[in-house]
Design a binder for this molecule. Structure first.
Ligand code: UDX
Ligand code: UDX
Ligand code: ADP
Length: 464
């Protein structure tokens, strides 16, 4: 089966970059990315490619090359579904905020809506691909909805989870460690798998394309994120032990990372992991384990989240304690708001939670993030519902000038590891701060020796 027309539902951090790269390497396939959010689609179609809604290094160049050639962005979801032979579902699956499984289970309402829409519109056979991260056995739900529409259309459901990390999405898509495709092990299932394999083979070596059954594929995605997050929580747990014993967590990480059974990646101690995936996927894994009665399994993985929450809280409490147990009325500069560098995504960013704790202590915050706008910062704080929106606007201000942000501050905190923070004139920042001038580096980003030479009271994670 040769695919000529692809539709992707969801023009977000996953759907946008993934389809751009597929379109780039398959110029003979028409790829249409649809979203019900008209503003988002308008931004993807902006004549200036620098205004696309997602910041990812390298993405705008690919959009410039492919948009209007074989990559299209549209709000006409029905038409795109109708025309396509293959439909990717890349909609968001946030943690449920209500009802059964609240705070843990994935909210699948957007997925179900997509399935119903496909069932309503489709008039010929379709391959439907789960791209969003989903709980294991979601394909069953999609299958069941599609099967009971009674219009004779045949569907094949594949799971093809995305492993890209934000900030490096294009690099990860162009040169992935592996591509995972799960499908039914029968003749029709195999045909669908082969059709998808062919699309990836346009630029990915065959041996990197893994095929499994649907359930293994769904569970592998959750497991990969759980293992990665566990490494961060493990090194963060050790960071506190380093602070009280005189060990240096960067030295410990380097030493253990050289053991090839452990490996050196994902051992960077930090103020805590964030992002749309780690917490959500682990909570989901915990929920699934619980729902099968596997209490010990659930508790084991939940500890990764508990450790992460503790690391964020611990960082904030250390600031308060160090600033003589009160930050009330004190200005604290926040460098970084995104959950990691090179992205404008702030979902579950540690900065939000650290800010919330300091605001509870009546601190006044001034925030700078190279890619996050003011309204997003306010929306993130408002979402917590800790205090009135007016209060957040009164206590928090935003600027893009580092010297203004740090002027008269009692402390500077680093929440995101943006490279540009290293290029600032730290002597100038020091000269204009209140003394003693504290720096709390939640990313171990700055040069500790240089900072102390300037005169800062400098503290990083896992080093004292
Ligand atoms: C360990 C460390 O590996 C070594 O670096 C240290 O110096 C001493 O402790 P050891 O206990 O001899 O070495 O064996 P190891 O290979 O680490 O295995 C420990 C246990 O884990 C064994 O029971 C092994 O069967 C089990 N294991 C190991 C697994 O169950 N699965 C694995 O993937 C690896
Ligand atoms: C993650 C997975 O890496 C990716 O494979 C999956 O598809 C989606 O979820 P992402 O959330 O975009 O990607 O970013 P990632 O690089 O994994 O970082 C997650 C969080 O962990 C960030 O807040 C990051 O700052 C933090 N982190 C990461 C650390 O604190 N220390 C590390 O060593 C690595
Ligand atoms: P991710 O990081 O998983 O890509 P995003 O929130 O960035 O998540 O993107 C998901 C996108 O999916 C959003 O832009 C949202 O508007 C879109 N979406 C959700 N449900 C539907 C639907 N039923 N039809 C069309 N678009 C949808």
């Amino acid at each position: 089966m040769k695919i000529t027309n692809i539709c992707c539902i969801g023009a977000g951090y996953v759907g946008g970059p993934t389809m751009a790269v597929i379109a780039k390497h398959n110029p003979d396939i028409k790829v249409t990315v649809v979203d019900m959010n008209a503003a988002r689609i308008a931004a993807w179609n902006d004549s200036d490619v620098n205004n696309i809604p997602i910041y990812e290094p390298g993405l705008s160049d690919i959009v410039a090359e492919t948009r209007g050639r074989n990559l299209f962005f549209s709000t006409d979801v029905d038409q795109a579904i109708f025309d396509a032979e293959m439909i990717f579902i890349s909609v968001n699956t946030p943690t449920k905020t209500y009802g059964k499984g609240k705070g843990m289970a994935s909210d699948l309402k957007y997925i179900e809506l997509c399935a119903r829409q496909i069932a309503h519109v489709a008039k010929d056979d379709k391959i439907v691909i789960e791209k969003s991260t989903l709980p294991v056995r979601t394909a069953q739900t999609i299958k069941s909805i599609l099967k009971h529409t009674g219009n004779g259309v045949q569907y094949q459901i594949l799971s093809n989870p995305e492993f890209l990390a934000e900030g490096t999405a294009i690099r990860d898509l162009e040169n992935p460690d592996r591509v995972l495709i799960g499908g039914d092990h029968n003749e029709e299932g195999q045909k669908a798998i082969d059709a998808l394999v062919k699309i990836y083979e346009a630029w990915i070596p065959k041996e990197k394309i893994l095929t499994t059954n649907v359930w293994s594929s769904e569970l592998s995605k959750l497991t990969a994120n759980a293992f990665l997050a566990q490494r961060v929580s493990s090194i963060n747990a050790i960071s506190e032990l380093c602070e009280v014993t005189g060990a240096d967590v960067t030295e410990v990480a380097r030493s253990i990372g050289m053991d090839s059974r452990i490996g050196s990646k994902f051992l960077q101690a930090s103020v805590g992991f964030g992002g749309s995936c780690f917490q959500k996927d682990i909570l989901n894994l915990v929920y699934i384990a619980k729902s099968y009665g596997l209490t010990e399994v659930a508790d084991y993985w939940e500890q990764v989240i508990i450790m992460n929450d503790y690391q964020k809280t611990r960082f904030a409490h250390n600031i308060i304690r160090t600033l003589y147990n009160t930050v009330s009325g004190k200005k604290i500069a926040f460098l970084g708001w995104a959950f990691k560098k090179d992205t404008n995504d702030t979902r579950e960013s540690a900065a939000i939670y650290v800010a919330d704790i300091l605001l509870n202590e009546q601190a006044e915050l001034m925030v700078l993030d190279p890619k996050v706008d003011k309204e997003t910062i306010y929306a993130d704080l408002d979402y917590l519902k800790t205090r009135a929106p007016e209060e957040n606007r009164k206590l928090v201000d935003v600027s893009s000038d580092p010297y203004e942000v740090c002027k008269d501050a009692h402390a500077v905190t680093i929440l995101t590891e943006w490279d540009e923070f290293n290029t600032y004139d730290w002597q100038k920042i020091f000269d204009n701060m209140k003394k003693p001038a504290f720096v709390f580096d939640g990313r171990n980003l700055l040069d500790a020796i240089k900072m102390k030479e300037i005169g800062f009271m400098y503290e990083s994670i896992g080093v004292r």
